[in-house]
Design a protein around this ligand. Structure first.
Ligand code: ZN
Length: 260
């Protein structure tokens, strides 16, 4: 038992050293539970991760174009999502980042619920109304919707979308959601990612009332557009496992900071 503990401590010291060398704050990497003196600092916390779209959406256009409630209006069930110029689908990017984020949060003891359980050409949806309500049923502490953008005209960069103060939909969650949005922006900036300048404000933060995924949530929530898949610089990062790990690490750090 002692030797196992010794090994763990030795590993922890090595890991801590690596952290210091990269000049990142300790909370940037939630895979280092020793920092909090507990292996499960997020125990009891529930996080819903929503990987945007589904790989098969384009093959089920009839089903994904039917209208569903989206928060005071109706909207198509879902869309196909975008892709890099090289054809790497947004649905796959979202899925892979979501799984990395899931692992990081579960390593810290959180209970993670995904809004879809596959990334498959044979599957479609779920619709935005189900994604919007996904955190409500399980009493989630937080819901994070992961996307990549596809702006032809825009340059590289991420932006974080939060819901507005709008009755009777998101007036009750807009404050904590904005807090989490700002933490997310800070952590994404903190790992060196550029802010998108092509969105409203150009400061990496956008408030939108047209998204069912946010409008129907009763728990604090944001949507992240982690990069512009049409930008060559972003596409390079978004199509590599190491690049996606940068996004997942920043999101995990933001969630950890928020939940603690
Ligand atoms: Zn999307």
């Amino acid at each position: 038992m002692k030797s196992v503990l010794g090994l763990f401590l030795a590993f922890a010291l090595v890991a801590g050293g690596a952290d210091a060398a990269s000049a990142e704050p300790w909370y940037a990497d939630p895979s280092h539970p020793e920092e909090e003196g507990s292996t499960a600092p997020l125990a009891g916390r529930i996080v819903v991760i929503d990987p945007g779209h589904q790989l098969g959406n384009s093959r089920f256009s009839g089903r994904i174009s039917r209208l569903v409630p989206a928060g005071g209006f109706r909207k198509p069930c879902n869309t196909t999502g975008t892709a890099t110029n090289g054809g790497f689908p947004e649905a796959t990017f979202n899925w892979k980042v979501a799984r990395q984020l899931q692992r990081r949060l579960e390593n810290r003891g959180a209970h993670v619920v995904l809004t879809r359980d596959s990334n498959s050409r044979d599957e479609w949806g779920p619709c935005v109304n189900r994604r919007g309500r996904a955190g409500n049923r399980v009493g989630a502490d937080l819901k994070i919707s992961i996307h990549g953008d596809g702006s032809y005209a825009g340059g590289p960069g991420f932006h974080v979308i939060a819901p507005p103060n709008r009755r009777p939909w998101t007036h009750d969650i807009h404050r904590p959601s904005l807090r989490f949005a700002k933490l997310t922006r800070a952590r994404l900036r903190g790992v060196g990612l550029p802010v998108a300048h092509y969105t409203a404000g150009g400061d990496g933060l956008d408030i939108r009332s047209d998204l069912g995924t946010l409008n129907l949530s009763d728990v604090p929530t944001v949507m992240v557009e982690l990069g512009n898949m049409r930008s060559r610089a972003d596409a390079r990062r978004m199509t590599s496992r190491d690049g996606r790990a940068v996004y997942a690490r920043a999101l995990a750090a933001a969630a950890y900071r928020y939940l603690k």
